[in-house]
Design a binder for this molecule. Sequence first.
Ligand code: KIV
Length: 277
Amino acid sequence: MSATARKSAPLPDDIRDMKGGTPIVSLTAYTTPMAEMMDAHCDFVLVGDSLGMVLHGLPSTLGVTMDMMIMHGRAVGRGVKSAMMVVDMPFGSYEESPAQAFRNAARIMAETGAAAVKLEGGVHMAETIAFLVARGVPVMAHIGLTPQSINTLGGYKVQGRGDAGAALMADARAVAEAGAFSVVLEKVPATLADEITAAIPIPTIGIGASAGCDGQILVVDDMLGLFTRFKAKFVKRYAELASDGEAAIAAYAADVRARSFPAAEHVFGDADPKSNA
Ligand code: KIV
């Protein structure tokens, strides 16, 4: 069912059932107005920890905190009705132990209303994923380029090329077997993404992966041209809001300096003291 035809938000099981069907549509969201803008068009929205870079100007996602994720998760939750909301677990909130992961995942779900959490990691996070799922926390996994590990991955490189493909396939199988309801594949060769999509029973959500994935996700600030510090190859810009916005601000500044703003229609007369119009 398309997001526009749906009356209420899908659950993680509904997203899992979309495997192999019409591609799953998703974007990141961080604020209520953005969430409202995409609600009718997306199957799920992700409150991604990319918010650290695109909203808060951090150099990576490593400085993002639980409090930041919860604040933005609550804002997005107020803007979605027909799309499911997933919230990222930030760096340091789940890697230590399954118990730590459960404590923080439960807090995210209780305080934001998220239907699921996303965490980064494959084989080495499988035990944690199984622990969370067994305790009522639906998990979206994230493998391939996992931005929280850039310091051990050696930067934002394509993952799974050549012999490394087998390890990525093992990651995908491990998170599916552990009970994840879907898995994000980031920055992996298209042929490997297609092989993983064919091999596992849960939907693959591609970002820099392949049109053959079961769904796609992009960072909304990237696709709207709001974040311009750099542009990854996998980003398609559907708008240029940063340059359009700057042009609008320059026009406003010129109007103010020329005293052509505010104009007559923007100011109040004293004819009717009861009117606020
Ligand atoms: O944080 C994020 O925005 C993400 C997407 C890139 C998948 O994890």
